[in-house]
Design a protein around this ligand. Structure first.
Ligand code: ARG
Length: 457
């Protein structure tokens, strides 16, 4: 039965009904819907709007419905949306008393409440996943503080760094993602129930009591805004979009790091797949999918912004489109973080390949410029001299490490034997001990900072 059939004589066209119904996707939040209704019924009873025996009967029946759905005894079907389903089920179990549940409430403030409960629960779950991932990066970084590798700019070897420094870079990104979600949670965790359809209600409800029962920090301050605010979905989806961006960036690197040309990492068999035609292949499919999955999460964010941009106050049915975007993006982000964390645990980094690459490609050229600058040559001039050295090395098939000292001296009399220390990758790394740098002690400080930050979230 429709919740609104009183005013109507004809049935809804079946195609229009299929188009209008949201049960097939909003059943995902049955738990939140029932939880919200139990709190609402308790508040109605406490405020004397319904009798306390009625409130109790409603709450007991709702608790039983929840258990029956959880156990698969009650199947969610044959209703317009999850709110109608739960209410119909309640009325079929306890009769007219069940019909009192919707006093002082509208599906408009109800659905806004359900969605906030859903988003809040998933923010908490995502923060936990992110904390695990940041912790894993920090642990891996601690084991690799002297494993040199190239750092790139413009995808060209730029300067030597360490694998520990590289891991910490991603750890800081995912830490920010967790912090961002935590901040977003403050605006999510506000109760819209009591806003009614749009202009609140005439019943003497106690919104703060309902908020307290549901663990909300407060109540929305304006009913027109309360029913129509989906900013929290936009914020949440943008948090997810950034998580996916970060996953996509590192997985882009893993795709080419695992390829023969780089050979920096070996993917474990559990996280790579073969080709149906080329027997030699071991493909980084999981990394590619993680890169690709970002698209659907960005799509959800764009969809949400587009749905909202032209909407007049207050509730409009367009808003029903919020849920599929939020649910799909949530599922995608959760599984993406889980699979990435599991894969990262098993990836092997080839230290020899990384260190061989670290000194190649003239990545220590900055060291020579710095060496001269430290001896008083203005940095611009030191840069130019070093550029000429690199040009000479290229022309003669030499590296910065095997060019002879007398050859160096032709470019500047300030070069001495100690300059060969300057062009060793590990020494170059160790000299970078400023905050943010890649020396062992500085990376250890970063790891401690990461660990402190995750325990504070
Ligand atoms: N299924 C609806 C949604 O998701 C619930 C609210 C319906 N409200 C209404 N006035 N039709 O938005």
């Amino acid at each position: 039965m429709k919740l609104w059939s009183g005013r109507f004589t004809a049935e809804l066209d079946s195609l229009a009904e299929e188009f209008n119904d949201s049960l097939r996707f909003d059943k995902e939040m049955y738990r939140e819907d029932i939880q919200g209704s139990i709190a609402h019924a308790a508040m109605l009873g406490k405020c004397g709007i319904i009798a306390s025996a009625e409130s109790k009967a409603i709450r007991d029946a709702l608790t039983a419905i929840l258990e029956d759905i959880d156990r698969g005894k009650t199947v969610i079907e044959n209703a317009e949306d999850i709110h109608s389903f739960v209410e119909n089920e309640l009325v079929s179990r306890i009769g007219d008393t069940g019909k009192k549940l919707h006093t002082a409430r509208s599906r408009n403030d109800q659905v806004a409440t359900d969605l906030r409960l859903y988003v809040r629960a998933h923010i908490d779950a995502l923060i936990e996943r992110l904390k695990t991932l940041v912790g894993l990066f920090a642990d891996k970084a601690a084991a690799e503080t002297t494993t040199v590798m190239p750092a790139y700019t413009h995808m060209q070897k730029a300067q030597p760094t360490t694998l520990g420094h590289y891991f910490c870079a991603y750890a800081f990104m995912f830490l920010r993602d967790a912090e961002r979600l935590k901040d977003c949670r403050r605006r999510v965790n506000v109760l819209p129930l009591g806003s009614g359809a749009c202009a609140s209600t005439t019943f003497p409800i106690d919104r703060s009591y309902t908020a307290e029962l549901l663990g909300f920090d407060g109540v929305t301050q304006n009913s027109l805004d309360g029913v129509s605010d989906r900013d929290f979905c936009v914020e949440y989806l943008s948090c997810l979009a950034l998580i996916m961006t970060h996953l996509s960036r590192i997985n882009e690197e893993f795709v080419y790091y695992s390829g023969g040309e780089f050979g920096f990492i070996r993917l474990s068999d559990e996280f790579s797949t073969g080709s149906s035609i080329m027997p030699q292949k071991k493909n980084p499919d999981v990394s590619e999918l993680l890169r690709g999955k970002s698209g659907r999460v960005f799509g959800a964010l764009t969809a949400m912004l587009t749905v909202l941009k032209g909407l007049p106050l207050a509730y409009n049915k367009d808003m029903q489109e919020d849920k599929e975007a939020v649910f799909d993006a949530t599922r995608t982000a959760e599984i993406s973080l889980a699979v990435f964390t599991a894969m990262l645990e098993k990836i092997e980094f080839d230290r020899d390949a990384l260190s061989a690459a670290a000194e190649g490609g003239f990545s220590c050229a900055t060291e020579i410029a710095d060496y001269l600058a430290a001896k008083g040559v203005p940095f611009r001039s030191a840069h130019e001299i070093t550029g000429n050295i690199v040009k000479t090395c290229i022309a003669r098939g030499k590296t910065l490490q095997n060019l002879e000292l007398f050859e160096y001296k032709r470019f500047s009399p300030l070069f001495d034997i100690d300059m060969f220390d300057a062009v060793s990758a590990l020494a170059a790394v160790e000299r970078r001990s400023v905050v943010g740098g890649c020396s062992k002690s500085e990376v250890e400080r970063q790891i401690a900072e990461l660990k402190k930050s995750i325990s504070n979230i």
